[in-house]
Each structure stands twice: as structure tokens, then as C-alpha cells.
Write a protein that binds this ligand. Sequence first.
Ligand code: NAP
Length: 490
Amino acid sequence: MKRLIALFLSVCTLTMLAACSSQGAEISANSKLQSSNILVAYFSCTGTTRQIAQWISGETGADLYEIIAETPYTAEDRNYNNSSSRANREQADASARPAISGNVENIEQYDVIFLGYPIWHGQAPRIISTFLESYDFSNKTIIPFCTSHSSGLGSSAANLHAICSDSVTWMDGQRFSGSASANDVSAWVDSLTLPEAEENKLENNPALSEAEENRGNIVREFNFETKTVQLNSGYEMPIMGLGTYSLTDAECAVSIAALLEAGGRLIDTAYMYHNEAAVGQAIRDSAIPREEIFVITKLYPNQFDHAAEAIDDALARMGLDYIDMILLHHPGDGDVEAYLALEQAVADGKVHSIGLSNWYIKELGEFLPQVNITPALVQNEIHPYYQENDVIPYIQSLGIVVQGWYPLGGRGHTSELLNDETITAIAATHGVSSAQVILRWNMQKGVVVIPGSSNPDHIRENLDLFGFELTDEEMAQMNALDRNEKHDWY
Ligand code: NAP
């Protein structure tokens, strides 16, 4: 099943990449491929169902949609022991339809919907009925899953069937306990078989042989219109931003203000840069809503043995309610335990997404089986002289987004790269700077860029990457510059 899903996602990926590579062109007109897609829709109050949903999404590459109540459920609302609590009243009333905030865009593109919920009084919360009544699921397949302490799926799914049209295929569902692991979810997903028609659709697909070559390549495509990528955690992240390594507090204030004013929304910092507080201050000082900004920080190996405390310290230093992403800065003693602390921080709502930095193929192969949440991102050294052409596709094939550090070669090396004959020639053709060519080349390879700068003019230039596109030939010329020349030791 996983292979099958990977295959048709690869097909979609190829289609999308082809569309991206000719910017402005329509996304593929092959509606058959576009409709072959999966959604994980879930309702979660305490985070347990969200975690399972994220794992399913990580396994399948499916899009995630959280069903959010227009009026959120407080702990008292969910108080099982209070017979007049909101949840108890709703569950006792078959006609209750709690309102949902937001909606699924383009529901028609999904063929298969994993539908997740906690069990309330042996049944799905009534908000699931609201969800099912809100869309036309005709001819789609729904695969329910629930989370509960003791109850099974029971009749909860069967009781939902009547809400949908007869043409919906309901597959057997699965219950997960609060202690379920990513491996449990993986085993379940592996055991599923999609309906025959779906398989035939794939097998008859002429793009399949091409997709076969890229099997497992569940690349998280960049959206060049929204300038974002959806992470396997379900969150959207901008594909270009600002790195703050070596920036002083005063420089951070100026650079981040310039970034935000020019429309940039992604900022990379680290405990080791000693400027987390200044970064947090600049975010708080800005008029941009917090949720529009995506901030990454990192735990250094000397924090691994007290990672939970270090996460809380980072939150306090930055003065933020949550951090969008925390990475482990380098492999090191206690990295697995530190990562498990990051996983706990995700469950606690302190951190939205987690990832790694300076992890390569061998390190990932050893590390991933020991953790539960697939990293959303790996940040490694990547520039035209050190391209990691073997590492990037490997990481991307795991559904993990790649982000490059030292995109311009790093301080002390930038002039060599910015004056490289090949790069300056390509830049002249497009009437842009060498820096813009390098950054655009990264993005066309599916690599997120975070150039460092204390110069507002450079920051504006580094965000201006969408008015031109490198041709296949220019991409090949850039790829030919690789010298396997690392500019730092890690
Ligand atoms: P970089 O982005 O490759 O280069 C920064 C240098 O490029 C600065 O000297 C900057 O000078 C110059 N520059 C920026 N934009 C320019 C432009 N448009 N034209 C000409 N020069 C330009 O190196 P970096 O900042 O060290 O790396 C990027 C980010 O990656 C870091 O800031 C950090 O967030 C992250 N990083 C992570 C790791 C890790 O281990 N995870 C390691 C290193 C870095 P001005 O200030 O004058 O613009």
C-alpha cells in the first residue's frame, strides 16, 4: 500500500514539478492524476489524534486538514463526568452539528480520506458529522481511525455511513491508544489495500513507468505562487528567508525589520548564534501577526542532556508562545533523547515542527528508526561548490524538506561564488544578480534558502526571486559547478 501511495504521489510530484519548472504554466491538465490524492482530516482536542494524523501523513505524503471547532472545546466542555458538559450534551443529541472554522480547499482533488477523531461516549464527536455533511464525498474512499484510552472503533464509523452518499466506500478503520507509536501507524498503513479501481487507474497510467523510477520520491513540492512548502507536520513554511548566523543583536533588529517589511517571513536562528532574544524581540516588535512568521531555532549538542529545559529556555528567551521549528544543530551524544524531548514539545504545543541539521545519509539511516516523528526538515551546507546531489534526493524521498545553509558559500567565500563566470553569465542573461541566480537555482532544486545578511538592500534582493526562471540548460550549467568543496567542517 505504502508503495502504491508513493507511486501515485510520485506521479503527482512529477506533474507538479513539471508545472513548477515552467513557472506561469498551468499545473498539469491531467485531472486523472490530480484526483489521485489523499487527505488526512482529523479532529483533535488534546493532540493525540493530531499526532496519529501527522504520522499517517508522513507515511503517505497526504495533505493534512485539522477540523477545528468554531467554538473550541475547553477541558470543562469535554468533562466526561459532568452530565451537562458540552460534549455530553452534544453526544446525546444526534442532530447536534457543532460549527467548523475554515474549510478544505479543493476537496474534489482527493480520492481517499483518512478521517480521524477521538472517541466520545463510544462515538465520533458530532463535529465529524458536521464535517461529513459539509462536502460531497461521492465516489471517494473514507478510512476512519480513532484514538481512545479503552474503547475501540466500535460502531462509531458505521454510524457515520448514513450521513454520506451510498457511493462512498468505507474501509475498515483502526483504533490507536494514547501510547501508539509511529511504527504502529506505519504497520497499519502498510496493511491497507486501496480499492481495485484505484489500483487500475494507476497501473493504466502512462506516467507510471516514469514514476516507478522515482518510486518513494514523495517530494514536498514548492508552491511558487504562495512561496511556501507544506511540511510533513502539516504546517506551511516560506521557501526563502533570512539566516542570522553571526548577526549582532542590533543587526538582527535591522535585518529582520527589513525582511518583514519586504514580505519575507522565514527566519533562522540558533542557541549558538547568541541572538535568539534579539530575533524574538524583532518578531514581537513587528506589526506582522505572529502566525505569519516562521521562526526556526536549534538546540546545540551541549544542550542535548537537558533538552526539555533548553526548549523552555528558548521559548522564554525569544518571548514567544510557540516556536515554529526547532532543529538539533549537529549529531552528538544524546541526540535521540533530545529529539524525543522535541517530540514531547510538539505534543505540548510548544513547538510546531521539528528537524535536524548536519545529518547526512548515514546519520539519517541510523537515527530515523529510533524516533517517532519524521523530521519535517533537514538543514545542511548546500551551495554551487558543495551541492550534496546524492543527499538532497535521499532526504526529499523521505518526505522531508531540505534547507541549505551557506547558500552563497558563507562569509569568506561569497566573492568567489558571486564572481564565478558561469553564474555571472547566467545572471547577465536574466538581468539579475549572481546571488539571485544561486538562490533561484536552490529553489528550483527544491531547497529552501536562508541567506544571511545585515544589509537591507541584499535582503530585499534575496527575496526578489520570482520574476525569472532558470532554464534546464542553466540548471545543468549550475549543477556542473559542483566541486564537493565544503566550506565548514560539519
Ligand atoms: P551565506 O548566506 O552563504 O552568506 C552570507 C554572506 O553573504 C554575508 O557576508 C552577506 O553579506 C552576503 N550576502 C547576502 N546576500 C547578498 C547579496 N544579495 N549580495 C552580495 N552578498 C550578499 O552564509 P551564512 O549567513 O553563514 O549562512 C546562511 C544561514 O544559514 C546562516 O545565517 C544561518 O542561519 C544558517 N547556518 C546554519 C548552519 C548549521 O550548521 N545549521 C551553519 C551555518 C549557517 P551582507 O551582510 O553584507 O549582506
